[in-house]
Ligand binder design. Structure first.
Ligand code: ADP
Ligand code: ZN
Length: 719
């Protein structure tokens, strides 16, 4: 027996299938989709069995060493899916398979996460119980009515128990104990509104892609749950994707209340062990509904009946920091075709690409135009900070301050958003203008108050804070920029009696802390929730009647063609947190560009207006959805060599790709990162006739080059 094995080394050089022979004693364990141990050069590595055959033309093949998995880790569908992703993203096949599996499965031997077991005891029915007395009889009586958990056997004699086990009277049984537990209640089912019902009934049971455009608070989640319930009735499973963890606790909670322990939740806040447990519950069919962030799209479910992507505009669905640079939305469509099931993408502010597809009829458009509570969307007031800055010293305009104090007086709650995109608190010298930069990257260091250090958010470099400017030796260092900590301090000074909860990357990084904060705020243990983008999404607090945006502009100023779209979407999303119950809500947005269309349309809650305006700009500037974009990153340690090779690549693209616009090479936004220099080339193209073929040749050309690394990102979420 010969197996074709894809070796677990993500190197373009060896991304192919190698043949190995299988010793007789291992042959019965071999299945396609399991991993085996193999000799590779002088090392022992792991690899996936991709095919099984009787013989090979390759001479001198080696034996595999051992079997890693007893169960298949990549089923037939996932094996095909990996190939498709490889074709679409041009990354290595092995990286496409690795991205599908939980880390615990990828870990090298020795650090594998263990399964946890509980020990149970039960009576052996085939053994006579005569002649038992005293302590032994006591134990036997305890186990008479079925298996008993070890921890429930209290005050018993351990030696008697051991004797009973030795005699074969009591049987010991290990059962797997999953780290997470879900309570099994099914109460929370709402009676759908007419709009919700018609959305549900428009979704068929074959493959189509639907775009559910529903304003904030229109009851999209209820529609998802109803669709999933229908699938369950037919014995089918579902996947629900949500953007990162920020959305997950409340969402999981709602699904759990409706579907009990039929759900498995996968998100970054789980430990590797918990993820591994959830993964195996899914494989075994013990959970039919999988909820999770991007990578949950690879959940090893079979018989999928529905794939839901909530907040589909979120850029978190695109993996952009490592290969394969895939989009979970594309993967959803591939899986939807395979299972012949619908894919439903929902949002209050759909991405331009998706909405354009819906208008063309490629996606089917469903809409929920009204809020469930029957109230309109909250009133939005825009404050022109150009005037306010003369009146108030801090970050808060007078109208916003007045509104906050009014709400607190009425015992209502407030959410404040500090728009931190592309923003950080860095330190400069007031005297000579010196700023602290990372020695490895072209990036200003960020000031962290709690640890009183300066840190690089890219490479992790850290240093203590100086009192004296290293350049001019003056004691004139100034903490510029706004961090949430600084705003929190200001807020505490302004409202000494208010209970303020700060939520940002720093305060939510500890496991479970985010969930605790949300619960505490929901229980009104705090009056004001102050946070970064993390507070804008999906949260549903009924007592919140004011949302304030401290600085609407920061995300507008980012040099990215999506900056208006992202700003419009952020403002609409955060505004949607206000007035979600019987009380109506209001929104106050502070801005230095009050007439910018992204801000004006968000004031009017006018998605269509924004869409039309933004589309004319995209058409003019030849950006998506009118053109596709591919970003090629060329990087290396030698600055001159990187530029030289980048120019060669550009010339080769110019020669070979027609009907496209090729820009660059230009230095990346962060030119030097960890002492690696980076150039980028952008290809804008209308149809992808030969583009992957040409790029594949370029990758092939550089695959043995130690000094130059090529990364390709189709449809990048940002540059
Ligand atoms: P969205 O996801 O569109 O922002 P949600 O699904 O969170 O909206 O719904 C908003 C609020 O309305 C939630 O508190 C939800 O429980 C409630 N809700 C949704 N549908 C109904 C319904 N049919 N009847 C009563 N309440 C509903
Ligand atoms: Zn750095």
């Amino acid at each position: 027996m010969v197996v074709g094995v894809l070796v677990e080394l993500s190197n373009k050089n060896i991304d192919k299938i190698f043949d190995y022979s299988v010793p007789l004693d291992l042959q019965s364990f071999i299945k396609v989709g399991i991993r085996v141990e193999i000799p590779f050069g002088r090392q022992t590595l792991e690899g996936f069995v991709l095919n099984i055959k009787d013989e090979t033309s390759v001479s001198n093949i080696k034996d595999i060493i051992g079997i890693v998995d007893s169960e298949i880790v990549l089923n037939e569908e996932l094996l095909l899916l990996g190939r498709e992703i490889q074709k679409n993203t041009l990354s290595t096949l092995i990286s496409c398979y690795q991205v599908m599996l939980p880390k615990a499965l990828k870990a090298k031997r020795g650090v594998l996460v263990n399964k946890k077991f509980d020990t149970y005891y039960k009576l052996n029915e085939d053994v006579s119980l005569d002649n038992l007395k005293g302590k032994q009889l006591e134990i036997v009586n305890l186990c008479k009515n079925g298996s008993v958990l070890r921890s429930d056997l209290i005050n018993i004699s351990l030696s008697s128990l051991n004797t009973l086990i030795k005699k074969g009277i009591i049987l010991e049984e290990k059962r797997e104990h999953y780290r997470l537990s879900y309570s099994n209640k099914k109460l929370d089912k709402k009676i759908l509104t007419f709009d919700q019902m018609s959305a549900v009934s428009s979704v068929g049971n074959t493959h189509d892609v639907y775009l559910l455009h529903g304003v904030t608070g229109s009851g999209k989640t209820e529609v998802y749950m109803e669709l999933i319930d229908k699938c369950l009735l037919c014995g089918k499973s579902s996947i629900v994707l949500v953007p990162e963890i920020s959305l997950t606790p409340q969402m999981v909670d709602r699904f759990q209340r409706r579907f009990g322990d039929n759900i498995a939740a996968i998100h970054s806040a789980l430990s590797e062990g918990e993820k591994y447990d959830e993964w195996r519950r899914i494989v075994r069919g013990e959970a039919k509904i999988v909820i999770g962030a991007r990578s949950a799209i690879f959940a090893p479910l079979d018989n999928i009946g529905m794939i839901i992507i909530d907040e589909e505009h979120s850029d978190s669905y695109k993996q952009d920091d490592s290969n394969p640079r895939y989009s979970a939305k594309d993967v959803a469509i591939i899986r939807g075709k395979y299972h012949n099931c619908p894919v439903v993408m929902g949002s209050a502010t759909p991405s331009l690409e998706s909405f354009a597809r819906a208008k063309k009829g490629v996606f089917k458009l469903l809409s929920l135009p009204n809020r469930i509570n029957g109230k309109g969307l909250p009133d939005v007031e825009i404050i022109d900070m150009n005037n306010e800055i003369k009146r108030s010293k801090g970050h808060f305009s007078i109208p916003l301050l007045a509104a906050i104090s009014e709400k607190i007086m009425k015992n209502e709650q407030v959410i404040l958003l500090l728009n931190r995109r592309g923003y950080s608190s860095f330190i400069t010298c007031k005297n000579c203008g010196y700023t602290f930069k990372c020695p490895n990257c072209d990036i200003s260091l960020t000031y962290h108050k709690t640890s009183n250090t300066l840190r690089c958010h890219y490479c992790g470099y850290g240093t203590k804070v100086y009192e004296v400017c290293p350049e001019c030796k003056e004691k004139s260092l100034n903490n510029l920029g706004v961090g949430t900590e600084k705003v929190e301090e200001e807020l505490k000074g302004l409202f000494p009696d208010a209970r303020i909860l700060r939520m940002d990357f720093d305060t939510t990084s500890r496991k479970g802390s985010h969930e605790k904060m949300i619960t505490a705020f929901k229980n009104h243990e705090y009056d004001i929730l102050l946070g970064t983008q993390i507070v804008a999404k999906g949260l549903d607090f009924e007592n919140v009647t004011l949302v304030g945006v401290i600085n609407a502009d920061t995300s507008l100023n980012i040099p990215d063609f999506r900056s208006s779209e992202n700003t419009f979407s952020l403002l609409s999303q955060v505004a949607g947190r206000s007035g979600r119950s019987s009380r109506s809500g209001e929104v106050i947005i502070q801005s230095f560009n009050p007439e910018h269309y992204a801000i004006e349309y968000s004031k009017k809650h006018d998605y269509l207006g924004f869409y039309n305006k933004e589309m004319t700009i995209r058409r003019e500037l030849k950006y998506p959805p009118y053109y596709y974009i591919c970003y090629i990153k060329i990087s290396g340690k030698d600055k001159d060599l990187v530029l030289l090779e980048s120019n060669k690549i550009k010339r080769s693209l110019d020669r070979n790709i027609n009907n496209s616009i090729i820009l660059g090479p230009s230095p990346s936004t962060i030119f030097r990162l960890n002492n690696i220099y980076r150039y980028g080339i952008i290809i804008k193209y209308k149809n992808d006739d030969n583009i992957r073929e040409i790029l594949d040749k370029i990758i092939e050309h550089y695959k043995n080059n130690q000094h130059i690394k090529i990364d390709i990102d189709f449809n990048p979420s940002h540059f």
